[in-house]
Design a protein around this ligand. Structure first.
Ligand code: GTP
Ligand code: MG
Length: 361
């Protein structure tokens, strides 16, 4: 189960109660106040975890409550702090508060629609690694704070402050340098496998890919680019056909789009225009994003190659590869690098190598 949008209720720990206590010792019948302060409640902290690629763990456990602080004790001993609650989340998660969510009360509100106006509180994208979503409450003062010349034996101690709470929507928008966009069966996943060591499923039927995958391309000089593969788009995807535009938000933050066209299928130029129209209909600036065009499956049909080259779809010189045989892959990775890295790099170092998809972040 791939989950990229959840709503959760979180509550930080309450502060511990302050203590009312008096010193007791032999020969000291009226020892002064010595009630310690309550401990602070635990915070709820979001922490980036590059090994996580979705939010299913929070979908299954949408109530997250941190530990309360312990009450203060005699002999001015402070109560122990509540442990912080760490929620690991994938890089690229956007966190918004559901407006009007009751500060108290843990009944989950319905997940707001995608276009709802939400109050964004954080975008967990490196270099941000930690974000305190809810602060734990301060511990209450013990009675020794209230001693004074007029009141040598205060019986007052404060309760701890309640921890912050709220309901939030967490939405994953994958972070990658390059996003693969294409019709079902164009060979996007095969290309990702060829480019990186990620292993998305590949099969000879449409909609093999049901969730996005990110892989990493690395050059010997240490330069890295991340590549995201998403489910295929079809005509009227923006109206919810196929898997709809549900997954386009995962390429919203890619710096470069790669249109993957199937040379063995229908007219690749038509496919290109269809994809462009879907991106325009989706909006969010995707249609204006820089792109490259690649014709895949050169091992099957070469006749289409010349026609596509002449047509220069979108004014771009198309590249040609075979994800199956590896033909043209080095030229493609070089094109990525030239497009995304402003610094020229030596020709001898142009061939990229694969690294584990887990090393993202
Ligand atoms: N001959 C040949 N077949 C290829 C090539 N690239 C992909 N294929 C085949 O095309 C089919 C679809 O490949 P996928 O990589 O699953 O395509 P996809 O674009 O990820 O498809 P969806 O996930 O359904 O959108 C598979 O049977 C692949 O083996 C290629 O370069 N040459
Ligand atoms: Mg696929």
């Amino acid at each position: 189960m791939f989950v990229d949008r959840v709503r959760i209720f979180v509550k930080a720990g309450d502060g511990g109660r302050g203590c009312v206590s008096f010193r007791r010792a032999p020969y000291e019948p009226h020892g002064g106040p010595d009630g310690g302060d309550g401990g602070k409640g635990g915070d709820v902290v979001l922490v980036l975890d590059p090994h996580r690629n979705d939010l299913s763990h929070l979908f299954l456990a949408p109530h997250q409550v941190a530990q309360d602080g312990r009450p203060g004790m005699g002999a001015t001993k402070a109560g122990r702090k509540g442990a912080e609650l760490v929620l690991p989340i994938p890089p690229g998660t956007v966190v918004s508060r559901i407006p009007g969510s009751p500060e108290q009360g843990s009944k989950l509100l319905p997940l707001p629609p995608r276009d709802a106006e939400l109050d964004r509180v954080a975008d967990l994208t490196p270099p941000t690694r930690r974000f305190v979503l809810c602060q734990g409450g301060r511990g209450g003062w013990g009675n020794w704070h209230f001693r004074g010349p007029r009141n040598q034996a205060p019986r007052r101690a404060d309760p701890g402050k309640p921890g912050e709470s709220g309901q939030f929507v967490l939405e994953l928008k994958l972070l990658a340098d390059i996003g693969l966009v294409g019709l079902p069966n164009a060979g996007k996943s095969s290309l990702l496998r060829r480019l990186t060591s990620a292993e998305p499923k590949v099969a000879d039927y449409p909609f093999t890919t049901l969730s996005p995958t990110v892989g990493v391309l690395e050059w010997p000089d240490g330069h890295r680019l991340t590549v995201a593969d998403i489910p295929g788009l079809i005509r009227d995807a923006h109206l919810g056909k196929g898997l709809g535009d549900e997954f386009l938000r995962h390429v919203e933050r890619c710096r470069l789009l790669l249109f993957v066209l199937d040379l063995s299928g229908r007219d690749p130029l038509d496919d290109f225009h269809l994809l462009r129209r879907e991106l325009e209909a989706y909006g969010h600036g995707l249609a204006e994003r820089p792109f490259l065009v690649v014709g895949n499956k050169t091992d099957l049909r070469t006749a289409r190659r010349a026609a596509l080259r002449r047509a220069r779809p979108g004014g771009e010189e198309p590249r040609f590869v075979s994800a199956l045989t590896g033909e043209g892959i080095t030229e493609l990775t070089t094109a990525f690098r030239h497009r995304l890295d402003p610094h020229p790099f030596p020709a001898s170092r142009q061939e990229a190598v694969c690294v584990s998809a887990e090393e993202i972040g």
